[in-house]
Design a protein around this ligand. Structure first.
Ligand SMILES: Cc1ncc(COP(=O)(O)O)c(C=O)c1O
Length: 381
């Protein structure tokens, strides 16, 4: 059997990794400023994480959601405290797309409605309703196109008001900082207005924090950068979806559902979601984020990156927050990314915006790593 050939691959074969460094089968080391697409949050092979998963595996790796699993309760309590979202309940699943699928389904259950408002250049996953809410025709099959989704631009409150006031919308879904789309962000004013209008029109607000969550933006959640002046608190989405950095490579996702939304047996469910190993991995990530102050580090190192980027005249703009960053050039960066990998041995990311080089390192990235990156970049430019 061969592999179903859907991924264009770089010619690199990593076989081990530690911290910010990935090593290939020839012993060549690479600095990882891509984190396997924003997944590596606490660094490759972090000793606390490895120890927690190994010792959990020695006890029990999996049992279904038909029995008690205190590790889920421990994880939910820790996540609530660290994120400041204690008035939400947690449903665990296995990936970002699945998190958004469950989020959208919950919104539809709760409101009895079925149309979704999503945003231009947004990315929410590759399955059913999640892909329908993703602004990319090419990855939507006719089956997905049956969903009722309206895609609107960020920051156009007139267009948003006209759509939401039709009254048939169950969910408004957005990324506080767009990942795949190229690090565009809504203004706080727009975010605040759509939250208010969604509430007034009986729709739920879903923050897709799959990529910008779990500390990557320099706050626990990306939406927490946006202040709701009316209520003197940050924006409060009804539902928050999480994955990626949550497991530092262990496949895990989740949905934080505001406690005003009631659960009932059988409403959501999954075989693998919330298994013992996934809980051990995620709890270890939370412990490292807290004990090593990695969210503060993301904010600090992100600011340093901005300073350094401003010194390079070829960089036209710097986008993003914390360690979810992009630098925009006036040329397409495909070749530059290849040179960074093959000549400089540095992994970076791309985006739908072909002129944007994305930077998504582990949150314990240091100033020294940033200096190495910019010296290599200058050489290639
Ligand atoms: C914002 C966002 N949502 C959802 C997803 C889908 O996550 P997964 O690939 O784990 O299904 C992604 C993946 O890149 C993402 O960036």
């Amino acid at each position: 059997m061969k592999l179903f050939d859907v991924y264009p691959l770089y010619n690199v074969t990593p076989i081990s990794a530690k911290g910010m460094v990935v090593t290939d089968d020839k012993g060549q080391e690479y600095l990882d400023f891509y984190g396997g697409h924003a997944v590596i949050s606490i660094g490759h092979g972090h000793p606390h994480y490895v120890e927690k998963i190994k010792s959990q595996l020695d006890k029990i790796g999996f049992y279904s959601n038909a029995v008690q699993n205190p590790l889920q309760v421990k994880l939910a309590t820790k996540l609530g405290k660290l994120s400041g979202c204690e008035d939400y309940n947690l449903f665990l699943c296995n990936s970002g797309a699945e998190a958004n699928e469950n989020a959208l389904k919950m919104a539809s259950f709760k409101t009895g409605k079925s149309r979704v408002i999503a945003f231009k250049n947004g990315f929410h996953g590759r399955t059913s309703a999640a892909v329908a809410a993703t602004d990319n025709e090419k990855i939507n099959a006719p089956l997905n196109k049956q969903q009722k989704v309206t895609i609107l631009p960020f920051n156009d409150i007139t267009a948003f008001t006209a759509e939401i006031e039709k009254g048939d919308v169950c969910a408004v879904i957005l990324e506080a900082i767009q990942g795949v789309g190229g690090l565009e962000e809504p203004t706080s004013e727009f975010f605040q207005k759509i939250a208010t209008l969604a509430k007034e029109n009986g729709a739920l607000l879903i923050a897709d924090e799959v990529q910008c969550g779990f500390g990557r933006s320099g706050k626990f959640f990306g939406f927490q950068h946006h202040w709701d002046a009316e209520r003197s608190q940050s924006i409060q989405p009804d539902i928050i979806s999480i994955a990626k950095g949550m497991g530092n490579g262990f496949p895990v996702g989740g949905v934080l559902i505001h406690e005003s939304i009631e659960a009932s047996y059988g409403m959501l469910g999954t075989t693998f979601g919330g298994n013992h190993l996934a809980c051990a991995a995620t709890t270890a990530v939370l412990e490292v984020l807290e004990n090593e102050n990695l969210i503060e580090n993301a904010a600090k190192i992100g600011a340093y990156f901005n300073e350094k980027a401003k010194e390079i005249p070829q960089i036209k703009s710097i986008k993003g927050k914390g360690l979810m960053l992009g630098i925009e050039f006036d040329f397409e960066v495909g070749e530059l990314r290849k040179k960074m990998i093959y000549d400089q041995h540095i992994f970076t990311g791309g985006a739908m915006n072909k002129k944007l080089l994305r930077f998504l390192p582990a949150l314990n990235c240091t100033k020294e790593h940033i200096d190495i990156f910019f010296n290599a970049l200058k050489e290639e430019l």
